[in-house]
Ligand binder design. Structure first.
Ligand SMILES: Cc1cc2nc3c(=O)[nH]c(=O)nc-3n(C[C@H](O)[C@H](O)[C@H](O)COP(=O)(O)OP(=O)(O)OC[C@H]3O[C@@H](n4cnc5c(N)ncnc54)[C@H](O)[C@@H]3O)c2cc1C
Length: 406
């Protein structure tokens, strides 16, 4: 036996994590499923849950808020944040597994059991003084929701080149600009807006950017940015001479971009975990269908052209999960993960895209049916390959780590 010589690396799930995952499944069954059942189409079909003007229906929004609140009460919602502020302080590995487990329940409202873009991100832990009670803690308790606003009409990937500015006038900051594609902007109680406070020529590419906490009545909402697969969730924020005091600066003046970069890996881990969980859901559904549906006198899964994409998808999803676990483990040890987080985000989301496409194909016309989740998953996969750094940006980061790009 050589087992006793193995040290340092573990691939099993510890008891506490196993309990959390089990409790999440129970929570979804007990608290989320009945709400989804009651809402019917409104909850399961993204094309039904919003008004003509772009807003989600009140029922959908209330359901989301109810799930967030109950989850916060049960201790799931912000589980990764420190206990001192009302989180649970769980490890990145546990959080990765929990995010993945939720996604493996399929697309829909279950995703709000764990904080997403509408909830507290570690960036918000920079809150100080009154900001803690006013913004951080109520967001952890899911009593308030927020949004993270960097993207603009002129910049997305190249966000340090933002045109939004904040300049000093007396004891106030005056903010001008426009943000777009901001998730949860239409429903947020406050937004975290990034603005240039010192020109690039003086502060350098990543310096000179400050994050401001702006409340709902302090900015205008522009048009909705309705992505196929995510209607009603994103909108523009119009900043027209918005005046706020120093008390609204989150973290250091001129230091917001560096602070945000510290949490890049976490965002990539989160989206990759969703991609792996959704892939698992899609594979299971497609394998089940292929085992039942018959054509030419046998189950379609018996045709190699049907089984091969599923087998390939299974193998790639397994590999993506292993990459996700390794990334989460390295992050839990505070190790540098710039390259690994790009590898995982790129790989997990492209695998999800392939798997979701195969799942649609294997379901034939039923794969395209509005009432089935398969096309919704395909749309989700497409979105995940663009947000939090596109495929190309992730590949650039990997190429940089190989010394191929500056
Ligand atoms: C559903 C959804 C939700 C979103 N939520 C938010 C949010 O909450 N907050 C927020 O701030 N933003 C949000 N965004 C915006 C998102 O972050 C950007 O869309 C993303 O960063 C890409 O920017 P872009 O769309 O401007 O594309 P661009 O940056 O204009 O890129 C266009 C194309 O060029 C490629 N490209 C760009 N630079 C390079 C390069 N150096 N090398 C190779 N290829 C390159 C890109 O990969 C892409 O294919 C959201 C977007 C969507 C669709």
């Amino acid at each position: 036996m050589v087992a006793s010589n193995i040290s340092g690396v573990r691939f099993d799930v510890d008891e506490e994590t196993a309990l959390i995952l089990e409790s999440i499944d129970e929570f979804v069954e007990r608290e989320v499923d009945p709400i989804v059942e009651e809402l019917g189409d409104l909850a399961t079909n993204p094309r039904r849950g919003y008004h003509e003007d772009g807003r989600w229906t009140d029922e959908l929004l209330e359901a989301r808020e109810e799930i967030r609140r109950r989850s916060a009460e049960a201790g799931f919602y912000a589980m990764t944040l420190p206990e001192a502020y009302g989180g649970e302080g769980v490890s990145t590995v546990t959080w990765y597994l929990a995010k993945k487990r939720l996604a493996s329940h399929g697309p829909g409202l279950a995703r709000y059991v764990l904080a997403g873009p509408e909830g507290p991100k570690p960036l918000l832990l920079q809150a100080e003084g009154e900001q803690i009670e006013r913004y951080l803690e109520p967001t952890i308790r899911a009593e308030k929701s927020t949004a993270f606003a960097q993207t603009e009409p002129g910049v997305g990937s190249d966000s340090p080149n933002m045109a939004t500015t904040a300049s000093r006038e007396g004891d106030k900051w005056v903010i001008n600009g426009r943000k777009q594609w901001i998730t949860n902007a239409p429903y947020a109680d406050f937004v975290q807006v990034f603005a240039r406070t010192t020109p690039q020529e003086e502060a350098g590419r990543y310096g000179g950017i400050t994050c401001f906490l702006l409340e709902r009545d302090e900015y205008e909402l522009g048009a909705f940015n309705n992505a196929v697969g995510s209607p009603g969730a994103q909108a523009e924020i119009v900043l027209d001479d918005v005046r706020v005091s120093d008390s609204r600066v989150l973290g250091e003046v001129d230091g917001a971009f560096y602070a945000a970069m510290e949490f890049l890996s976490l965002g990539r881990l989160e989206l990759g975990a969703e991609a792996v969980g959704y892939s698992e859901f899609a594979l299971e559904a497609a394998a089940e269908y292929a085992g039942q549906r018959e054509a030419f006198g046998r189950q379609v899964g018996r045709f190699q052209q049907v089984s091969a994409p599923l087998a390939r998808g299974k193998a790639k999803t397994y590999a993506a999960d292993a990459a996700g676990l390794k990334l989460a483990w390295k992050m839990a040890q505070d190790q540098r993960t710039v390259m690994e987080s790009s590898i995982f985000k790129w790989f997990a989301t492209t695998v999800f895209w392939e798997v979701a496409d195969a799942a649609v194909q294997i379901h034939g016309a039923n794969g395209l049916a509005e009432e089935n989740p398969h096309m919704d998953l395909l749309h989700q996969a497409r979105i995940l390959r663009i947000v939090e750094g596109t495929d190309e940006i992730q590949l650039n980061t990997i190429a940089k780590s190989m010394g191929l790009l500056d």
